[in-house]
Structure formats: structure tokens, C-alpha cells
Design a protein around this ligand. Sequence first.
Ligand SMILES: Nc1nc2c(c(=O)[nH]1)N[C@H]1C(S)=C(S)[C@@H](COP(=O)(O)OP(=O)(O)OC[C@H]3O[C@@H](n4cnc5c(=O)[nH]c(N)nc54)[C@H](O)[C@@H]3O)O[C@H]1N2
Ligand SMILES: Nc1nc2c(c(=O)[nH]1)N[C@H]1C(S)=C(S)[C@@H](COP(=O)(O)OP(=O)(O)OC[C@H]3O[C@@H](n4cnc5c(=O)[nH]c(N)nc54)[C@H](O)[C@@H]3O)O[C@H]1N2
Ligand SMILES: [Mo]
Length: 709
Amino acid sequence: MSTLEERIAGKIPGEDTGIVTRNSFCDICAPGPHCGVTCYVKDGTILKVEGTDNHPTNHGLLCPKGQSNRQYVYRKDRILTPLRRVGERGEGKFEPISWDEAMDEIAARLNKVKAEYGPSSVAFYSGYNKWYRPFLQRLCYDFGSVNYGTESSSCFTSTIISWRVATGQDFVGPDLGRAGIFLGWCYNAYHSAYLMTKGVEMARQRGMKVIIIDPRITPAVEKQCDLYLRIKPGTDCALALALGRELIVNDWVDHDYIRDNVYGYEQYRNYVSDFTPERVEAITDVPADQIRLAARMIHENMPLAINQSGAALVHHTNGMQTHRAVMALSAIMGTFDRPGGMIPEPLTYAHSMAGFETLSEEFPFEKYPQGEPRPVGAVRFPLWDEVVGEMQANDLARQISQGLPYPIRAVYAHGMNFRMVNGDRELEAALKELDFFVDVDLFLTDTAKLADIVLPCCSSLERSEFKVYGGGHCQYTEPVIRPLGQSRPDDEIIVELANRLEVDDELLRSGAENCVRYMLRETPVDVDYLKAHSQFPVKVEGLKMIPVGQHGFKTPTGKFELWSTIIEKHPGLDPLPTYRDSIDDADPEKYPFRLVSGARLPNALHSRLHDMPWLRSMRPEPMADLNDQDAARLGIRKGDDITLATGTGSITVKANPTMTVKPGTVHMYHGYREADVNSIIPPGHNDPYSGFPGYRSVRCAVVKKEAKP
Ligand SMILES: Nc1nc2c(c(=O)[nH]1)N[C@H]1C(S)=C(S)[C@@H](COP(=O)(O)OP(=O)(O)OC[C@H]3O[C@@H](n4cnc5c(=O)[nH]c(N)nc54)[C@H](O)[C@@H]3O)O[C@H]1N2
Ligand SMILES: Nc1nc2c(c(=O)[nH]1)N[C@H]1C(S)=C(S)[C@@H](COP(=O)(O)OP(=O)(O)OC[C@H]3O[C@@H](n4cnc5c(=O)[nH]c(N)nc54)[C@H](O)[C@@H]3O)O[C@H]1N2
Ligand SMILES: [Mo]
């Protein structure tokens, strides 16, 4: 029999130990998975976190990031009170102030900018976290500004543009349960979305074939792949067009589907006819016979499903078009909105998909201000503006510094990180020029240090949230512990600010829960029932789900548009999914490598986990992966200091020579304070269709840094 001390040390729940378990979820990564976590709590402190057994999405599993939740919540740089800047911007000198003072000052200063320059001169921004976005966006529009924008200016939305112009749908995912072949374009879910690997594994067991297209040999390539195409990054569009051509010349396409459902097939067929396997081998480095084999494998293993890549594929200056070219394969093979193919799914709530619709998209837009200019980015990225309509945050730095076409003088941000964009020094400099800048974050980040007022928010374990999961599961969580210090949930902060600003919006001012009920009013979701069963996601019966095959095409022609009648109206943009190399125009002699930044690491999530001891121990230094033979040629060994130089600047990192990386490429993760790769990705290296940064194809030199004598 163990002693009480031993049971406490072993974190055993019980009346004698005073340890209780409470369930919530981990919001460190993308909202889709948000794994259920069970927290062991004693005296209001979390002792341990593990995956919740029988949770409908993660079934007790948890990735390294999730395992580190306790360290995340108790990170030493948590902000515990509202702060007012007393030093220079960036210096990090602040004085604590009360919530009352902070809120009064924010309301007064935002109103001052509004009075001087107009409401749209205040931009409202959200970083990677998505859960409070409907409230923030509605507040922005209530305030009268059109400039609501988010990190989704660099993530995922490019695929939404692609699907909207082609089909009128927002999100379309692979039907792994029924697919015969899976085109794993940029697929390495082992590092970016581990729960998906289970779906692929189960499908493989029933015979689904997998082709992976990736410049790196990843765990997915090693474990789940029948054919591996090692492509030169940024050239994928040419490969997709070559596959289209092969499928056409062999007459393997679905003529009936094309006749009934596809617009612009003739123009597409003409265009791809030049993309012969030999020509495309020269462009992509994928051998011509492998291109032919891949097309044959598709033909022999139908139906075709394709990985939906919201980052790697579209982080190129031709990324949106590349995504269209890849997804065009689902049109010519007749598997869009067909069993085993690509199935549209509504964005259910706050960027999560659960198969049913709510009014979470309508909720902000019903307050959209009239008579204001177009949002930031509309002139540079007109297609983004037409199809998305939010501020394209990648143009924010330019508009702040130039004041054109109109000034932006204040930014109110939740979780802003200037290091997320290419040429990030420009954004840092622009934020310093503002009349007023507020940042709400858990941690005193380098971006928060630029703010005039910093507000402390809390983690998902310290608050409630309405959540949706796939298959119609919903949950309304309860806090596991009280918020640390004076920190507060973002939604409460937004509602409080709405009240201080006295916006004309009784609903928002009455609190987030009422807003949630409002967004759910046309569904059978019972918020009271969810709140009474807060420990576990509830499967809601009676939700309206659109059956496969009945999603339809919400495009001007009512068809899958290979020739886009929306893009056609934009001078300089191509209505067909055309190929262009995404590389920048720096001198290839001087910068012989292709720098690819951002391939996911299991221990990192953008900027937010680099300081956490457990995760940092998995990759203690900022490290660039380069091919081992390239390294040998340059006299570089593991752990050497190397300089990565582009036409824009240079950073010093440790070298990690590896055979997993394609010769001629170098991979570097982002978000490191001490080795900030986005500072060397040229400003302006953006996709003209989507505005997305070209994070993954930049010319680069790799030089061994000689030790000082
Ligand atoms: N651990 C962890 N998980 C994450 C994140 C994280 O930061 N860390 N971030 C989350 C977010 S915000 C997002 S958007 C998703 C992104 O999710 P993914 O897009 O799945 O993630 P990546 O690892 O960036 O890219 C997948 C693969 O694409 C390959 N790749 C890179 N460039 C190219 C190219 O030009 N062509 C081809 N064919 N392949 C290429 C990379 O080598 C990599 O193996 O991940 C989410 N999950
Ligand atoms: N070079 C390169 N750059 C990239 C990418 C790449 O692949 N390569 N990927 C891009 C992609 S896909 C993405 S999604 C972006 C991510 O870009 P970022 O928005 O920079 O993502 P994070 O660093 O995760 O988070 C930003 C801030 O939000 C704070 N935060 C966390 N939770 C909360 C919360 O609940 N409330 C509030 N108020 N703040 C919170 C964090 O502490 C952090 O300071 O980066 C993009 N940048
Ligand atoms: Mo992302």
C-alpha cells in the first residue's frame, strides 16, 4: 500500500490526495484537431496534462506540444497585469496599471485616431489564435473600420480563394475513408497534424495507394508512401499540369463529369498540352517516367483524393495558382464532391470544420460598415479583396509607412507577432511609427514590447469556450484553473472594450455566450445542455449535413471553373491555373540554394514554443537542414555555424546535414528571435493572387562561418 506522500508524488487523483481531474482542450495548434486534454489539478495548480481517453478526435493521444501544456501555461514570461509602456518602443519598460485605466485609455486613444483620420485608420488584427475572431471582427466593424485582418493572410486562405473561384466552396477535404489513391501533395502529417496519419494508415490497410510529393524524405514518405516524387520546391504547378496532360493524352479523364460539371476544359487541355513529362522533368527534377507512372497509378486506383495543403503548397509566389492546378485534377478525374474524392465542408464555427453550418461567418458581416474605403491590401491584391474582403495583413506595413491610399495610425491586436511575415523588419519598423498600438497576449513577446498598452489574456485551460469537432461533436468547456494573475479570456476583453467604446451593438456588449447562442440559433445545438456536460464533447443529433454529391457549384457558370470567370475580370491575372516559377530574382550564381522556410517541426509552433524547456530540448538550437553531400562539398559538418544569406540579409544558424533534404535546398524553421528567417525573405516576395508570402522559394547562399582565431 502506498503512502499519501507517494500517491501525491504519483499524481493520483482522490479525496485524500486532493488531486482532481478536469477536462478541457489544448489550443496550442490549429483549431481543427484541438485535442482533448485531462488536467490533474491540486489546490488550483495544474500538476500534469494528458490526452483525454475516448475523446472523439484524439482518443487519448497527445503530441509533444500538447504534452507540454503545463509548461506553456506557467511560462515565466506570462503577463499578469495590464501594462503601460514607459520606455522606448521595443525597450520592454512597462508599468503595471489597472484594467480600468487600461480600458479607458484604449477607448480614448482609438476614438481619437477615429476622430482625426476616420474609423478605418484603426486596424484590428488577430494572430494565429482563432477562437475569439468572430467577436473581434464584429467589434472592428461596429467601430466603423473595415480593417479587420489576421494571420490567415498567410495561412490557408489562399486555398479558400482557389476553391471559391473554382467551385464556390471554402474548404474541400480528401475523403480518405473511400479514396483509392491519395495524392499526398506536401503531406507530412506526422509533424503538422498527427491525427490525420491514422486516417491515411487505415485507408492504406484497405488498399489505398499513396503518392507523396515533397522535396524532403519525411516520416510520411518513409511510412506511408507507394511512390515518392522528390520535387524542386516551388515548381509544383508544372507537375500538376503535366499530370493533367498525361491523364488527358491517355484518355483516362472522366468525360461525363467534365461535360456536365466543368467549365473551361478545352482551354485547360490546350494549355497543359505543352507540359510534357520531359519538359516538366527539367523544371521540377521529377523524372519523366515517374510522372507517367504517377498518372497511371491515379488511373488504376480511382477514386482520387488529394491532400489539402494550406501552407507548404501556397507559400509560394505562384501558390494560389499551384493549388488550383493540383485541385483541377479532381475536376478532370470527376472526383470533386464524389465519394472517395474531394468533399466540401462548411467552416462551421471560428475556422473549425464539423460538417454543419452556423452563422459564425454572418455574425460579423451583418455589422460591416458602409461608406468606408476598401481594406488594406485591396489595391495590391485585388483578387484577395474581391474573394476574401478582409484586410490582407501582408500589406499592413507598407500602408502604415506610406499612408497610401489612406493612413493607418492605430493597431488593436490580439496575439500579434511581427516575425510571421516576410521582410518582417518592415512590419516592426511600421508598428513603431503608429500613434497607438495595443497587443493582447499571454506572454511579453518582442511584438508586445512595441505596444503602448499590453493586456494579459489567459490560456484555453483558464477559460470557457464553445468548440466544434468533426462529426457534429460540440463542447462548452469550463476553466480548469483560475486565470493566472489578472489575465482574462480574449472574448471578455473584446466585450469589455465594446462597452468602453459604447458601440451600437447590444448583442456583443451583452457578452460572448449570448453571441454564441445567436450564431447557433438555426441549429439544434443546446448550449445549456453542453454547459451542463462541459467535461466531454457531446454528439449533437439532428444537425443538417449536406450529403456528398449535393454541394453544387456556387460559381458564376454553375460549374467547376478551370477557366475562372472571376479571375478573368482582373487585368494581369490568368484565368487558367498557369505555371510560373516561384523563386525570387536574386542572382542564382551568388545564391545557388533554394531556401524553404517553415516545414513543421514536432517541437515548434511558430513563435510560441521556442522558449519552452521540454520542447527546446528536442532541437536546442535554431538549425538549418541541408543535404549532406552539399554540406560535405562546402566543408560543413553537423553543428557548425553557417550563414544563410539571401538578397535581403543573412542569419547565422547551426548546420544539420541530412540525406532527407533534396540537394540544392536548405530548410529553416521560423519564429526564432535569435535567427529570424523571415528577416531574410524579401519584402514584396508575395503571390499577386493571394498576397501570401513566398516563404518557401527564395534564392540563398550557404557559407560556413569560420571560427574567429
Ligand atoms: N508541429 C507543428 N504542427 C503544425 C504547425 C506548427 O508550426 N508545428 N503549424 C500548423 C499550421 S499554422 C499549419 S498552416 C499547418 C501546415 O501544415 P503542412 O502544410 O502539412 O506543414 P508543412 O510541414 O509546412 O509542409 C508539409 C510538407 O511540405 C513540404 N514542402 C515544403 N515546400 C514544398 C514545396 O514547394 N512543394 C512540395 N511538394 N512540398 C513542399 C515540406 O517539406 C513538408 O514536409 O501545420 C499546422 N501544424
Ligand atoms: N517563414 C515562414 N513564416 C511563416 C510560416 C512558414 O511556414 N514559414 N507559416 C505561416 C503560418 S501558416 C502561420 S499560421 C503564421 C502563424 O503566425 P503567428 O500569428 O505569428 O503565430 P504564433 O507565433 O503561434 O502566435 C502569435 C502570438 O499569439 C499569442 N497567443 C497564443 N494564444 C493566444 C490567445 O489565446 N490569445 C491571444 N491574444 N494571443 C495568443 C502567442 O503567444 C504569440 O505571441 O506564421 C506564418 N509565418
Ligand atoms: Mo498556418
